[in-house]
Design a protein around this ligand. Structure first.
Ligand SMILES: *Cc1c(COP(=O)(O)O)cnc(C)c1O
Length: 370
Protein backbone atom coordinates (compact mmCIF):
# COMPACT_ATOMS: atom_id res chain seq x y z
CA UNK A 1 0.00 0.00 0.00
CA UNK A 2 1.40 3.34 -1.00
CA UNK A 3 1.55 5.99 1.66
CA UNK A 4 0.75 9.65 1.48
CA UNK A 5 3.86 11.61 0.49
CA UNK A 6 5.49 13.23 3.46
CA UNK A 7 5.79 16.98 3.62
CA UNK A 8 9.37 18.17 4.07
CA UNK A 9 10.42 17.74 7.70
CA UNK A 10 11.13 21.42 8.13
CA UNK A 11 7.57 22.27 7.07
CA UNK A 12 5.87 20.05 9.62
CA UNK A 13 3.37 22.12 11.60
CA UNK A 14 3.10 24.81 8.96
CA UNK A 15 -0.43 26.18 8.63
CA UNK A 16 -1.64 27.73 5.39
CA UNK A 17 -1.92 31.50 5.30
CA UNK A 18 -5.28 32.23 6.93
CA UNK A 19 -7.72 33.47 4.33
CA UNK A 20 -11.02 34.50 5.90
CA UNK A 21 -13.91 32.36 4.64
CA UNK A 22 -16.73 34.25 6.32
CA UNK A 23 -19.02 36.33 4.15
CA UNK A 24 -20.89 39.49 5.05
CA UNK A 25 -22.39 42.44 3.17
CA UNK A 26 -19.69 44.84 4.41
CA UNK A 27 -16.22 43.46 3.80
CA UNK A 28 -13.49 45.44 5.48
CA UNK A 29 -11.24 42.46 6.18
CA UNK A 30 -8.80 42.51 3.26
CA UNK A 31 -7.75 46.14 2.87
CA UNK A 32 -9.22 46.25 -0.61
CA UNK A 33 -10.22 49.35 -2.52
CA UNK A 34 -14.02 49.28 -2.15
CA UNK A 35 -14.62 50.69 -5.65
CA UNK A 36 -15.36 48.16 -8.34
CA UNK A 37 -14.52 49.31 -11.85
CA UNK A 38 -16.69 52.10 -13.21
CA UNK A 39 -18.72 51.27 -16.34
CA UNK A 40 -16.26 52.87 -18.76
CA UNK A 41 -13.44 50.93 -17.19
CA UNK A 42 -15.30 47.63 -17.38
CA UNK A 43 -15.77 48.17 -21.10
CA UNK A 44 -12.07 48.78 -21.62
CA UNK A 45 -11.16 45.72 -19.60
CA UNK A 46 -13.64 43.66 -21.62
CA UNK A 47 -12.11 44.89 -24.85
CA UNK A 48 -8.62 44.01 -23.62
CA UNK A 49 -9.72 40.49 -22.70
CA UNK A 50 -11.55 40.03 -26.00
CA UNK A 51 -8.46 41.07 -27.97
CA UNK A 52 -6.21 38.78 -25.96
CA UNK A 53 -8.56 35.85 -26.62
CA UNK A 54 -7.67 36.06 -30.31
CA UNK A 55 -4.30 34.47 -29.46
CA UNK A 56 -5.30 32.38 -26.46
CA UNK A 57 -4.26 29.20 -28.30
CA UNK A 58 -0.69 30.56 -28.23
CA UNK A 59 1.65 30.88 -25.28
CA UNK A 60 1.89 34.45 -24.03
CA UNK A 61 4.37 36.17 -26.31
CA UNK A 62 5.94 39.57 -26.15
CA UNK A 63 3.45 40.97 -23.71
CA UNK A 64 5.49 40.36 -20.52
CA UNK A 65 7.97 42.99 -21.72
CA UNK A 66 5.09 45.29 -22.64
CA UNK A 67 3.62 44.91 -19.17
CA UNK A 68 7.02 45.47 -17.56
CA UNK A 69 7.44 48.62 -19.65
CA UNK A 70 4.00 49.89 -18.66
CA UNK A 71 4.70 49.21 -14.98
CA UNK A 72 8.10 50.94 -15.29
CA UNK A 73 6.37 53.99 -16.67
CA UNK A 74 3.99 53.97 -13.71
CA UNK A 75 6.86 53.60 -11.22
CA UNK A 76 9.16 56.50 -12.22
CA UNK A 77 10.62 58.29 -15.26
CA UNK A 78 14.05 56.67 -14.74
CA UNK A 79 12.61 53.19 -14.35
CA UNK A 80 13.09 50.75 -17.26
CA UNK A 81 11.35 47.47 -18.00
CA UNK A 82 14.63 45.75 -16.95
CA UNK A 83 13.97 47.05 -13.43
CA UNK A 84 10.57 45.36 -13.22
CA UNK A 85 9.67 41.74 -12.55
CA UNK A 86 5.89 41.39 -12.94
CA UNK A 87 4.13 38.65 -11.02
CA UNK A 88 0.79 37.10 -10.24
CA UNK A 89 0.36 39.33 -7.20
CA UNK A 90 3.21 40.74 -5.14
CA UNK A 91 3.12 37.55 -3.10
CA UNK A 92 4.55 35.79 -6.12
CA UNK A 93 7.26 38.42 -6.42
CA UNK A 94 8.11 37.90 -2.73
CA UNK A 95 8.18 34.13 -3.20
CA UNK A 96 10.56 34.34 -6.15
CA UNK A 97 12.77 36.79 -4.28
CA UNK A 98 13.13 34.25 -1.49
CA UNK A 99 13.61 31.36 -3.88
CA UNK A 100 16.39 33.28 -5.61
CA UNK A 101 18.07 34.99 -2.67
CA UNK A 102 16.88 33.15 0.46
CA UNK A 103 17.56 29.64 1.69
CA UNK A 104 19.34 27.97 4.62
CA UNK A 105 22.59 29.94 4.14
CA UNK A 106 20.82 33.26 4.67
CA UNK A 107 19.41 34.88 7.76
CA UNK A 108 16.27 36.95 7.38
CA UNK A 109 14.87 39.47 9.82
CA UNK A 110 11.50 41.17 10.13
CA UNK A 111 9.75 43.45 12.59
CA UNK A 112 6.51 41.97 13.94
CA UNK A 113 3.62 42.37 13.86
CA UNK A 114 3.91 42.65 10.11
CA UNK A 115 2.56 40.98 6.96
CA UNK A 116 2.29 37.29 7.88
CA UNK A 117 3.41 36.11 4.43
CA UNK A 118 6.94 37.42 4.98
CA UNK A 119 7.59 34.89 7.73
CA UNK A 120 5.58 32.21 5.94
CA UNK A 121 7.68 32.58 2.78
CA UNK A 122 10.86 32.33 4.83
CA UNK A 123 9.67 29.05 6.25
CA UNK A 124 8.61 27.72 2.86
CA UNK A 125 12.03 28.52 1.42
CA UNK A 126 13.89 27.21 4.49
CA UNK A 127 15.26 30.66 5.22
CA UNK A 128 15.99 31.15 8.93
CA UNK A 129 14.24 34.26 10.20
CA UNK A 130 14.68 36.45 13.26
CA UNK A 131 11.41 38.04 14.38
CA UNK A 132 11.97 41.32 16.20
CA UNK A 133 9.10 42.89 18.17
CA UNK A 134 8.07 46.46 17.39
CA UNK A 135 7.62 49.05 20.10
CA UNK A 136 4.31 49.11 22.00
CA UNK A 137 2.92 51.74 19.61
CA UNK A 138 3.90 49.45 16.69
CA UNK A 139 6.29 52.05 15.33
CA UNK A 140 9.70 51.08 14.03
CA UNK A 141 12.44 53.55 14.95
CA UNK A 142 15.95 53.90 13.60
CA UNK A 143 17.57 53.09 16.96
CA UNK A 144 15.52 49.89 17.30
CA UNK A 145 16.37 48.91 13.73
CA UNK A 146 20.09 49.51 14.36
CA UNK A 147 20.01 47.46 17.56
CA UNK A 148 18.28 44.60 15.75
CA UNK A 149 20.79 44.72 12.87
CA UNK A 150 23.65 44.56 15.40
CA UNK A 151 22.10 41.73 17.37
CA UNK A 152 20.94 39.46 14.55
CA UNK A 153 23.29 40.39 11.68
CA UNK A 154 20.71 39.45 9.05
CA UNK A 155 21.61 39.08 5.39
CA UNK A 156 18.02 39.63 4.27
CA UNK A 157 15.74 42.24 5.81
CA UNK A 158 12.02 42.80 5.34
CA UNK A 159 10.49 46.22 5.83
CA UNK A 160 6.85 47.02 5.17
CA UNK A 161 5.99 50.59 4.23
CA UNK A 162 3.40 51.39 5.49
CA UNK A 163 3.24 48.35 7.70
CA UNK A 164 0.41 45.83 7.57
CA UNK A 165 -1.49 45.09 9.84
CA UNK A 166 -0.61 48.07 12.00
CA UNK A 167 -0.78 50.81 9.33
CA UNK A 168 2.21 52.54 10.88
CA UNK A 169 4.46 54.58 8.58
CA UNK A 170 8.06 53.55 7.94
CA UNK A 171 10.30 56.56 8.56
CA UNK A 172 12.96 56.92 5.82
CA UNK A 173 15.74 57.00 8.44
CA UNK A 174 14.92 53.39 9.31
CA UNK A 175 15.66 52.38 5.72
CA UNK A 176 18.87 54.42 5.74
CA UNK A 177 19.90 52.80 9.01
CA UNK A 178 19.33 49.28 7.73
CA UNK A 179 21.27 50.05 4.55
CA UNK A 180 24.29 51.19 6.57
CA UNK A 181 24.71 47.55 7.63
CA UNK A 182 24.78 46.46 3.97
CA UNK A 183 22.44 43.46 4.07
CA UNK A 184 22.69 41.41 0.89
CA UNK A 185 19.01 42.04 0.27
CA UNK A 186 16.54 44.56 1.67
CA UNK A 187 12.95 43.88 0.60
CA UNK A 188 10.62 46.83 1.07
CA UNK A 189 6.97 45.83 0.76
CA UNK A 190 5.06 48.85 -0.55
CA UNK A 191 1.63 47.27 -1.01
CA UNK A 192 0.02 50.48 0.26
CA UNK A 193 2.44 53.12 -0.99
CA UNK A 194 -0.27 54.98 -2.95
CA UNK A 195 -1.90 55.86 0.38
CA UNK A 196 1.31 56.90 2.09
CA UNK A 197 2.38 60.46 2.87
CA UNK A 198 6.03 59.39 2.68
CA UNK A 199 8.06 59.14 -0.52
CA UNK A 200 8.33 55.70 -2.10
CA UNK A 201 11.60 53.82 -1.65
CA UNK A 202 11.82 52.92 -5.36
CA UNK A 203 14.42 55.60 -6.10
CA UNK A 204 16.84 53.78 -3.76
CA UNK A 205 17.01 51.02 -6.34
CA UNK A 206 19.13 53.27 -8.55
CA UNK A 207 22.04 53.45 -6.10
CA UNK A 208 21.43 50.32 -4.06
CA UNK A 209 21.43 47.05 -6.01
CA UNK A 210 20.55 45.27 -2.75
CA UNK A 211 17.16 47.04 -2.48
CA UNK A 212 14.03 45.55 -4.00
CA UNK A 213 10.60 47.12 -3.65
CA UNK A 214 7.57 44.81 -3.86
CA UNK A 215 4.34 46.34 -5.03
CA UNK A 216 0.85 45.24 -5.96
CA UNK A 217 -2.17 46.27 -7.99
CA UNK A 218 -4.39 44.58 -5.36
CA UNK A 219 -4.94 47.62 -3.16
CA UNK A 220 -5.13 51.18 -4.51
CA UNK A 221 -5.56 49.87 -8.09
CA UNK A 222 -8.69 47.99 -6.99
CA UNK A 223 -7.43 44.94 -8.84
CA UNK A 224 -7.07 42.27 -6.15
CA UNK A 225 -9.00 39.69 -8.15
CA UNK A 226 -6.76 40.08 -11.19
CA UNK A 227 -3.60 39.02 -9.27
CA UNK A 228 -0.96 41.47 -10.44
CA UNK A 229 2.08 42.61 -8.51
CA UNK A 230 5.68 43.42 -9.30
CA UNK A 231 9.16 43.78 -7.93
CA UNK A 232 11.22 46.91 -8.65
CA UNK A 233 14.93 46.26 -8.49
CA UNK A 234 18.31 46.46 -10.14
CA UNK A 235 18.26 45.03 -13.67
CA UNK A 236 20.59 42.21 -12.59
CA UNK A 237 18.27 41.30 -9.70
CA UNK A 238 15.29 41.12 -12.05
CA UNK A 239 17.37 39.01 -14.45
CA UNK A 240 18.14 36.55 -11.62
CA UNK A 241 14.44 36.31 -10.82
CA UNK A 242 13.80 35.57 -14.48
CA UNK A 243 16.33 32.71 -14.36
CA UNK A 244 14.26 30.82 -11.82
CA UNK A 245 10.88 31.61 -13.38
CA UNK A 246 9.04 29.01 -15.39
CA UNK A 247 8.26 30.26 -18.89
CA UNK A 248 4.88 31.87 -19.55
CA UNK A 249 4.24 32.41 -15.85
CA UNK A 250 1.58 35.05 -16.35
CA UNK A 251 -1.53 34.48 -18.37
CA UNK A 252 -2.18 36.47 -21.53
CA UNK A 253 -5.44 37.60 -19.97
CA UNK A 254 -3.83 38.84 -16.75
CA UNK A 255 -1.32 40.83 -18.77
CA UNK A 256 -4.00 42.35 -20.97
CA UNK A 257 -6.08 43.30 -17.93
CA UNK A 258 -3.09 44.82 -16.16
CA UNK A 259 -2.10 46.90 -19.20
CA UNK A 260 -5.63 48.24 -19.53
CA UNK A 261 -5.84 49.04 -15.81
CA UNK A 262 -2.51 50.88 -15.90
CA UNK A 263 -3.92 53.16 -18.59
CA UNK A 264 -6.53 54.21 -16.07
CA UNK A 265 -4.13 54.94 -13.23
CA UNK A 266 -5.29 58.55 -13.15
CA UNK A 267 -8.47 57.40 -11.37
CA UNK A 268 -6.47 56.43 -8.31
CA UNK A 269 -5.70 59.78 -6.65
CA UNK A 270 -9.37 60.70 -6.14
CA UNK A 271 -10.11 57.31 -4.58
CA UNK A 272 -7.04 57.59 -2.38
CA UNK A 273 -8.11 61.04 -1.23
CA UNK A 274 -11.53 59.71 -0.30
CA UNK A 275 -10.00 56.81 1.61
CA UNK A 276 -7.72 59.13 3.56
CA UNK A 277 -10.47 61.55 4.55
CA UNK A 278 -12.73 58.65 5.51
CA UNK A 279 -9.88 57.12 7.48
CA UNK A 280 -9.55 60.24 9.58
CA UNK A 281 -13.30 60.36 10.12
CA UNK A 282 -13.32 56.74 11.29
CA UNK A 283 -10.28 57.32 13.49
CA UNK A 284 -11.83 60.35 15.20
CA UNK A 285 -15.04 58.44 15.80
CA UNK A 286 -13.26 55.37 17.21
CA UNK A 287 -11.17 57.52 19.51
CA UNK A 288 -14.22 59.37 20.76
CA UNK A 289 -15.76 55.98 21.56
CA UNK A 290 -12.73 55.24 23.72
CA UNK A 291 -10.76 52.93 21.45
CA UNK A 292 -7.04 53.24 20.90
CA UNK A 293 -6.09 53.58 17.24
CA UNK A 294 -2.61 52.99 15.86
CA UNK A 295 -1.03 55.64 13.66
CA UNK A 296 -1.94 54.86 10.04
CA UNK A 297 -0.32 55.79 6.73
CA UNK A 298 -2.56 53.39 4.76
CA UNK A 299 -6.20 52.61 3.91
CA UNK A 300 -6.87 50.72 7.13
CA UNK A 301 -6.80 51.20 10.89
CA UNK A 302 -5.68 48.98 13.75
CA UNK A 303 -7.82 49.61 16.81
CA UNK A 304 -8.29 48.17 20.28
CA UNK A 305 -7.83 47.12 22.80
CA UNK A 306 -10.32 44.45 23.72
CA UNK A 307 -10.02 41.43 25.99
CA UNK A 308 -10.99 38.94 23.28
CA UNK A 309 -10.34 39.91 19.69
CA UNK A 310 -11.99 36.80 18.29
CA UNK A 311 -15.23 37.52 20.14
CA UNK A 312 -14.97 41.06 18.83
CA UNK A 313 -14.52 39.81 15.26
CA UNK A 314 -17.61 37.60 15.62
CA UNK A 315 -19.66 40.42 17.07
CA UNK A 316 -19.07 42.51 13.95
CA UNK A 317 -19.49 39.57 11.60
CA UNK A 318 -22.86 38.68 13.11
CA UNK A 319 -23.95 42.23 12.33
CA UNK A 320 -22.84 42.02 8.71
CA UNK A 321 -19.41 43.63 8.97
CA UNK A 322 -16.22 41.68 8.33
CA UNK A 323 -13.07 43.01 9.96
CA UNK A 324 -9.85 41.18 10.75
CA UNK A 325 -8.26 39.90 13.91
CA UNK A 326 -4.95 38.77 12.51
CA UNK A 327 -3.03 41.44 14.30
CA UNK A 328 -1.59 41.56 17.78
CA UNK A 329 -3.73 40.24 20.59
CA UNK A 330 -6.46 42.65 21.67
CA UNK A 331 -6.35 44.64 18.42
CA UNK A 332 -8.48 44.49 15.28
CA UNK A 333 -7.95 45.81 11.81
CA UNK A 334 -10.56 47.46 9.65
CA UNK A 335 -10.14 48.61 6.09
CA UNK A 336 -11.62 51.91 5.00
CA UNK A 337 -14.59 51.24 2.74
CA UNK A 338 -17.20 53.42 1.13
CA UNK A 339 -18.70 56.00 3.52
CA UNK A 340 -21.84 53.89 4.06
CA UNK A 341 -19.72 50.83 4.85
CA UNK A 342 -17.67 52.83 7.31
CA UNK A 343 -20.93 53.99 8.91
CA UNK A 344 -21.99 50.34 9.34
CA UNK A 345 -18.65 49.58 10.93
CA UNK A 346 -18.85 52.58 13.26
CA UNK A 347 -22.42 51.67 14.24
CA UNK A 348 -21.12 48.25 15.36
CA UNK A 349 -18.23 49.82 17.24
CA UNK A 350 -20.58 52.23 19.03
CA UNK A 351 -23.10 49.51 19.85
CA UNK A 352 -20.37 47.25 21.16
CA UNK A 353 -19.08 50.01 23.36
CA UNK A 354 -22.57 50.79 24.66
CA UNK A 355 -23.94 47.32 25.23
CA UNK A 356 -21.06 45.22 26.40
CA UNK A 357 -20.89 46.34 29.97
CA UNK A 358 -19.11 43.11 30.76
CA UNK A 359 -16.38 44.02 28.32
CA UNK A 360 -13.65 45.92 29.98
CA UNK A 361 -12.20 48.49 27.65
CA UNK A 362 -8.63 48.66 28.71
CA UNK A 363 -6.89 51.96 28.97
CA UNK A 364 -3.56 50.32 28.45
CA UNK A 365 -3.44 47.50 25.94
CA UNK A 366 -1.62 44.31 26.65
CA UNK A 367 1.97 44.29 25.50
CA UNK A 368 2.15 43.52 21.84
CA UNK A 369 2.10 39.76 21.47
CA UNK A 370 3.12 38.20 18.21
C1 LIG B 1 -2.16 42.92 0.42
C2 LIG B 1 -0.70 42.84 0.59
C3 LIG B 1 0.09 42.29 -0.39
C4 LIG B 1 -0.59 41.92 -1.67
O1 LIG B 1 -0.36 40.77 -2.20
P1 LIG B 1 -0.90 40.44 -3.65
O2 LIG B 1 -0.37 39.09 -3.81
O3 LIG B 1 -0.29 41.43 -4.59
O4 LIG B 1 -2.39 40.54 -3.64
C5 LIG B 1 1.46 42.28 -0.23
N1 LIG B 1 2.02 42.78 0.88
C6 LIG B 1 1.28 43.33 1.85
C7 LIG B 1 1.93 43.93 3.03
C8 LIG B 1 -0.11 43.35 1.74
O5 LIG B 1 -0.85 43.87 2.72
Amino acid sequence: MATIPRLRDDLRGLAPYAVGKDMAPVRLNNNENPHGPADGMTNRLMRAVRESLATINRYPGGSPERLAAALAEYVAPWCRSENIWPGNGSNEALLYLLLAFGGPQQKAMLFAPTYAMHEQLCRITATPVAVVARDDDFALRAEAAAAAMEEHEPTLVFLCSPNNPTGTPLPPDVIATVLRYEPSLLIIDEAYFEYSQLPSAVSLVRDHPNVVVARTMSKAFAFAGARVGYAVGHAQVCAELQKISPPYRMSTITEALAMAALEMADLIPAQVAMALSERERVRTELESLGYRVADSDANFLLFGTVPDDHAEYEYYRDRGVLIRNVGPRGWLRTAIGEPAENDSFLACAAERRRTSRSVRFMQEGPACTV
